[in-house]
Design a protein around this ligand. Structure first.
Ligand code: PEP
Length: 257
């Protein structure tokens, strides 16, 4: 019997200015009224420039929503034009920082070393990293999806402590399923999420493996989340497109009833 609280995280990507973000987070707060916040954690990952607005709205309305950033600098502070540090995100009340999203890896050339440094920067600032891993289509076709994903996992968490490993969130996002409408089957998601948990067990033992939350991401909607969540090693979802509509994202968060 798992004690892991399911986590539904909405990645807004480069959508919604601060006014639109405010409208979405307020409506999401309303829509979540029917969802038991003790049974699922709902998280939004807005663009950096929306975070202050989200913070004020969540605090003022005591909304059952945690939030975080879509990326974080690997550096602590200083001459890194355009970057945002972990300390700045913490000061905005962020709980989470996504790291190594496939769009960062693909369009910004983020290597395993960079991803690993960002994971460590998040922990150093008291944030929980959501480390994204997952294979491109060629690797899936070649049957190398587990191997590929575990190599990203190992590179991303290298050098973190067992205590940190228990807190980290891993999002398995097969690249071919992101924004394509092509959702992995629940069995596909379970296979890789279980392999991630077993790799963590081998590295850090049972307590870590049983505590860590492993999410699936890739074209999740309210119509397919229920089946995915029935799988033993899927602890939640990282949701892109469907997180931009409050009603739909609240339905995803309320998958249990
Ligand atoms: C994502 O952005 O991480 C994602 C999974 O997107 P989508 O749900 O739109 O496929």
């Amino acid at each position: 019997m798992t004690t892991r609280t399911p986590l539904m995280a909405g990645n807004w990507k480069m959508n919604l200015d601060w006014k639109q973000g405010l409208a979405l987070v307020e409506e999401l707060g309303e829509q979540l009224q029917g969802v038991d916040a003790g049974k699922v954690e709902t998280v939004v990952l807005p663009p950096f420039v929306d975070l202050r607005t989200v913070q004020v709205a969540v605090d003022a309305g005591k909304l059952p929503i945690a939030y975080g950033a879509q990326d974080i600098s690997a550096h602590e502070s200083g001459a890194y034009t355009g970057e945002v540090s972990g300390a700045m995100l913490s000061a905005l009340g962020c709980t989470y920082a996504a790291v190594g999203h496939s769009e960062r890896r693909q369009y910004h050339g983020e290597t395993e070393q960079v991803t690993n440094a960002k994971v460590k920067a998040a922990f150093a600032a008291g944030l929980v990293p959501i480390l994204c891993v997952g294979e491109p289509l060629e690797e899936r076709k070649a049957g190398k999806h587990v191997e590929y994903t575990l190599a990203q996992l190992e590179g991303g968490i290298e050098g973190i402590s067992a205590e940190q490993a228990a807190k980290i969130v891993i999002a398995y996002e097969p690249v071919w399923a992101i924004g394509t409408g092509e959702v992995a089957t629940p069995d596909d998601a379970q296979e890789v999420c279980a392999a991630i948990r077993e790799a963590l067990r081998a590295m850090h033992g049972d307590a870590v493996a049983d505590a860590v939350r492993v999410l699936y991401g890739g074209s999740v909607k309210s119509s397919n989340v229920g089946e995915l969540m029935q799988r033993a090693d899927v602890d939640g979802a990282l949701v892109g497109g469907a997180s931009l509509k409050a009603e739909e994202f609240a339905k995803i968060a309320g998958f249990q009833g």
